[in-house]
Design a protein around this ligand. Structure first.
Ligand SMILES: Cc1ncc(COP(=O)(O)O)c(C=O)c1O
Length: 419
């Protein structure tokens, strides 16, 4: 009889110890994450356990299935008995294919009331822009930008687009200050007095200069002063430290930017790099960090404005932080984060700043020119620093939803970080 009693006492003591240990763990988490986050995590834990109860998961799945069925019904209607689901035994004539395309697109909602992601005219008879796009697509759809020595026109157009856009977001102006900084230190040559672009784009600028057509993009950007000659020469597509590349969309621009920051971290000896971003960032940021193995530290936006504030970022930074991720504007709310404030923090902590400028790169630039939007959101925020190297700063901007985007950046050793 004594033996079980002793065991029970020992067991109760052990139970108390475990409870104390758990309480201490919870206390530590509350101190670290705050009560709100702890309660949320606790609720998540309880819900996850509740799902294991008999019948609960089944009921949840039934609700989920109902919602999926509603979405499918909206997308597919009653189904399509004429759908082509395997390679047809016989081919179709070109007329047939065109007729099929006409039939399918006729079903699309052209009311303009749906939320779409194409921001220019898509209804009615094609306007001038649509006709031009169609003609250009017809001319270029059999090119491959992977072969710039064969498809030299594609290469040149890309270079010129980048240069125009760099100018739009004050990249050329930032260059002037950087030139003074890097003068005689980084460059081993540079832009010539005719405003030639570097790395294969040179003939583009000079030829367009002589034809007088698109030369304004590069020349009006203020290229050519002797002071601008000493620049890092590895620049692709553009003539100054602000360079860039054309990508397939906003997500790819973000992926490449994050990859570059990871490489920069490795260059700096940081083996487990971290990015500090906001919950309001586009999910492509999560994807990029996941793909490339960076830790994404997400902070909350300020409640009233839904902006990412520097104080919150500063509190989340660690010695492993390699960059801050901001948006202008944010994907869910269309709010512009305070870029000058965040750039100041990035500069003070010697980390990079990425601004997701998808869509905003264009419309904020023009709103700014029109005097409607007074805030700096682009390369304008870069100022000379005491450091001899340019600060990493990247900007992803999306053209008007035509499945193209630009990634523009100022990096210490830019192009080598991107490939
Ligand atoms: C702010 C922002 N970032 C990133 C993206 C992703 O761009 P994409 O859909 O071209 O990949 C979008 C798209 O809407 C966006 O609005």
């Amino acid at each position: 009889m004594t033996q079980p009693g002793a065991f029970a006492r020992w067991f109760h003591r052990f139970e108390r110890l475990v409870a104390l240990w758990m309480l201490f763990g919870w206390y530590k988490r509350v101190r670290r994450d705050g009560l709100g986050k702890f309660l949320k995590a606790a609720a998540g834990f309880v819900l996850a356990r509740a799902k294991a109860l008999p019948g609960v998961q089944g009921a949840l799945n039934a609700e989920l299935d109902k919602e999926v069925a509603k979405i499918e019904q909206k997308m597919h209607g009653a189904g399509d008995p004429t759908a082509v689901v395997s390679l047809p035994a016989a081919g179709r004539s070109a007329e047939d294919v065109l007729a099929l395309a006409a039939e399918r697109t006729a079903e699309e909602d052209k009311s303009g009331k749906s939320w779409g992601g194409v921001y220019h005219e898509t209804r009615g008879p094609p306007g001038e822009l649509s006709k031009l796009q169609a003609a250009m697509w017809a001319r270029f759809n059999q090119t491959n930008a992977l072969y710039p020595t064969i498809f030299t026109s594609v290469r040149k157009f890309e270079a010129e687009i980048i240069s125009c856009c760099v100018g739009l977001v004050h990249g050329h102006e930032a260059k002037a200050t950087l030139c003074a900084l890097t003068d005689g230190r980084q460059g081993s040559g540079g832009v010539n007095a005719n405003g030639k672009m570097l790395n294969g784009a040179s003939s583009s600028s000079s030829s367009s200069s002589s034809s007088g057509s698109s030369s304004s993009s590069s020349n009006s950007a203020g290229i050519g002063s002797e002071n601008e000659l000493a620049l890092p020469l590895k620049a692709w597509n553009c003539e100054g430290p602000a360079v860039g590349l054309l990508t397939s969309g906003g997500t790819e621009s973000i992926l490449i930017a994050i990859f570059a920051y990871r490489q920069l971290a490795y260059d700096r000896g940081i083996g487990s790099p971290e990015i500090v971003g906001c919950y309001t960032a586009h999910p492509a940021l999560d994807k990029a960090c996941h793909y490339f193995g960076l830790k994404l530290v997400k902070v909350k936006a300020e409640q009233a404005t839904q902006q990412l504030r520097a104080a919150a970022v500063a509190a989340a930074m660690t010695p492993n932080t390699i960059a801050i991720y901001a948006s202008a504007p944010t994907f869910p709310h269309g709010v512009v984060d305070p870029i000058p404030e965040l750039a100041g923090l990035a500069r003070a902590r010697d980390v990079g700043l990425h601004v997701d400028n998808c869509l905003g790169g264009f419309y904020l630039s023009f709103l700014q020119k029109a005097g409607v939007f007074p805030h700096a959101f682009d390369f304008q925020v870069r100022r000379p620093s005491a450091r001899s190297r340019p600060e990493p700063f990247s900007l992803s901007k999306m053209s008007y939803s035509l499945a193209h985007s630009l990634l523009l950046y100022l990096f210490p050793t830019h192009s080598s970080l991107l490939y």
